[in-house]
Design a binder for this molecule. Structure first.
Ligand code: AMP
Ligand code: ZN
Length: 466
């Protein structure tokens, strides 16, 4: 089977064929850096992390671009409220975002361009659109004239006449000829304070949609392979990007459009007032391991709405533990009689089923289903003493292969706690040598309080997380 994706453009699954063989150019709409990204945003970013891993798993080299929206109404409003210059304010949230990316074990994109570093490219794109007759000006702002692009609405399949301005149509755009037109360039107004650029288009700042069009051309070329975002990005953001890019360059834009569904929390939309609004940091502070959060989100197919609940996280704790315990069992070396051919057959079957699911529009839940069947069967064989060291090695190689996508086998290590435990274990050995049993017992309890257990073995004491 070949790799297939559900293309929002055309609304059907299609075989994936990159423009340049062996290489995939991928544009992923990034965060607006005015606050910590919430776990819903991270569902979309984790879907994109899975996408790039799946592409690599299928043998492609990936070039991913994710932009930072660091100038728009929200970043300006909140930096002013914080009394900080825009750049300083957004820099803090860019760094926080990258920290969260690392916490969740996401692979970093090849490029993270910021909108404010690409004003020149955006101005040039507006000039190209103006030269081709797609724009008009009103009091210094420049708008894209929707009626000048006959193909508008291809992605969402809505006729321009049916479109209603959504909530991301800015309320300050009163000067438009048609409510569906959108700003490419916003003339400076007093509320913007010191946020403006003096350019060939006058004093002002770019419109939100424009940045993705300008930065994708710069880093990926006019025509590239895949463009992604959350479902809410489809309209108007992605429709507008398509209109601008196709009109400015005269080329095709992205070949495949992939969109991830929303994440709900405890069955309802996240909102601050409902108290179900979470950042990654808050979930980690509550005690959820980042790898578990990652697994809980990535185990659900990206096109299905998902509900992040305490039960879902708890189930993921159990699943991740099963995968880790199985791997540890394999690493420990199996000493059974060995059933070489039979186990090799089980692994081959699991591998081909796992891969078929992954290649079928990234069916992660189906793929994991096959992995867990293998874990159950292999555990059964190991319990019956029917697996030898070689079987263990083969199984472990497959577990590691699957983990290139899910990345949950490695435990988050608390180095500081482990250092303390190691010191306590040494102190306990000393106490025992001195026959100070009361102190040795006391230390065992101190170790337990840190969440570890110590066991005495013929090779000396060993400790592990309890
Ligand atoms: P923003 O920072 O608002 O531009 O959003 C960043 C990304 O998060 C976009 O791709 C959105 O589509 C996505 N997004 C926002 N809310 C959710 C949610 N509840 N579930 C999934 N994706 C979301
Ligand atoms: Zn975008």
């Amino acid at each position: 089977m070949a790799l297939r994706f559900y293309n929002s453009m055309g609304r059907k699954k299609e075989d994936f064929r990159p423009i340049v063989p062996g290489e995939v150019r991928l544009y992923t709409c990034g965060p607006t850096v005015y606050n910590y990204a919430h776990i819903g945003n991270f569902r979309t970013f984790l879907f994109e992390d899975m996408l790039r891993r799946v592409l690599a798993y299928c043998g492609y080299r990936v070039i991913q671009v994710m932009n930072f929206t660091d100038v728009d109404d929200k970043t300006i409003r909140d930096s002013q409220a914080a009394g900080e210059p825009l750049e300083e304010f957004t820099e803090r949230y860019k760094q926080a975002f990258l920290e969260d990316v690392d916490t969740l074990r996401m692979q970093r994109a090849e490029h993270y361009p910021a909108a404010t570093d690409h004003i020149h490219e955006m101005v040039e794109m507006v000039k190209a659109l103006r030269d081709k007759g797609h724009t008009y000006e009103h009091e210094g702002s420049i708008y894209f004239r929707l009626s000048s692009y006959g193909d508008y609405g291809r992605l969402t399949n809505i006729e321009p006449a049916e479109m209603r301005p959504g909530d991301r149509v800015d309320s300050d755009e009163y000067g438009k000829d048609d409510a569906r037109d959108f700003a490419l360039w916003k003339a400076w107004c007093e509320e913007d304070g010191d946020v403006f650029w003096e350019t060939d288009l006058g004093r002002g700042r770019p419109g939100w949609h424009l940045e993705c069009s300008a930065m994708s051309v710069k880093y990926l070329g006019e025509h590239f392979d895949i463009h992604t975002g959350g479902v809410d990005n489809r309209f108007p953001h992605h429709e507008n990007e398509i209109a601008q890019s196709c009109c400015a360059t005269g080329e095709d834009f992205a070949n495949y459009w992939l969109h991830s569904e929303f994440l709900l929390v405890e069955n309802s939309k996240m909102s601050k007032s409902k108290g179900n609004f979470y950042t990654v940091r808050e979930l980690v502070d509550e005690g959820w391991e980042p790898a578990v959060i990652r697994f809980c989100i990535q185990r659900v197919h990206y096109r299905a709405q998902m509900n992040l609940s305490r039960e879902a996280l708890e189930q993921s704790v159990v699943s991740v533990r099963r995968l880790r315990e199985f791997s540890r069992r394999l690493e420990g070396g199996l000493k059974g009689e060995g059933r070489g051919a039979e186990v090799a057959g089980l692994i081959d079957k699991a591998r081909s089923e796992f891969r078929a699911c992954i290649e079928d529009d990234m069916n992660t839940s189906g793929a994991l289903g096959h992995l867990f069947i293998l874990v159950r069967e292999a555990n059964g064989l190991a319990d019956a003493g029917k697996l030898d060291a070689k079987d263990g090695e083969n199984l472990l190689a497959f577990m590691k292969e699957c983990d290139t996508l899910f990345e949950v086998l490695r435990e988050d290590r608390d180095e500081s706690a482990e250092g303390k435990v190691a010191a306590l274990v040494a102190e306990r050995t000393q106490a025992k040598a001195e026959k100070n049993w009361a102190r040795a017992d006391e230390i065992r309890e101190e170790i337990a309080a840190l969440g570890y257990t110590v066991k005495d073995t013929p090779d000396g004491p060993v400790f592990s997380k309890s």
